[in-house]
Design a protein around this ligand. Sequence first.
Ligand SMILES: Nc1nc2c(c(=O)[nH]1)N[C@H]1C(S)=C(S)[C@@H](COP(=O)(O)O)O[C@H]1N2
Ligand SMILES: [Mo]
Length: 199
Amino acid sequence: MSVISRGFGGHRGTPDPRVPPGQYATDEFPVLSAGPTQHIDTEDWALDITDIDGSKTTMSWRQLMDLPSEEITVDIHCVTKWSKLGTTWRGVPVDALLDETESEAEYALVHSYGGYTTNLPLEDLLNGKAWVVFEYDGGELDPAHGGPARLLVPHLYLWKSAKWISGIELRLDDQAGFWESLGYHEYGDPWLEQRYAGD
Ligand SMILES: Nc1nc2c(c(=O)[nH]1)N[C@H]1C(S)=C(S)[C@@H](COP(=O)(O)O)O[C@H]1N2
Ligand SMILES: [Mo]
């Protein structure tokens, strides 16, 4: 005797529990950028980490590559309502980048090449919840998707996952980033549908 399993989503009307409210799952990987794709040579790539006292450490591509990286498979959720399930990336946990920073900061403002910014509580970057990733689906991360390296914070809407990451600015106060200052939610939890300020 055999049982045919349709799997998640195979049966119309059965919601996939991995898809947050108001979202739909897609097999596409749309590109969403507020400006042009940035093209940064790894030789020129650097990540600046600045602390509340203004002290700065700069990480080169080589230094990033020398850190232990891990493979992560996660669901990602864009505020424009698409979710992509089971995406696989390779990167370095942000914990490893902030390891030597004994900061009293509460928030981070993340900066990108090209000028994009996004803000989040520092703890949302730590404890294995965020990575600087440089591979997608077993290959180099495409520049359109933020290569050579982007932030990945899968538990928040994807606008928090800054492509072409260039810096992490540690702060005592919460300074709105690009979309946040245009009315998007300061935190952006997809399970609470925190799309816009006040949600
Ligand atoms: N630097 C930068 N990072 C960014 C953006 C951007 O415009 N610039 N867009 C954000 C938004 S709104 C989304 S949905 C995701 C899209 O990532 P993708 O293009 O790889 O799908 O990147 C986020 N990170
Ligand atoms: Mo987005």
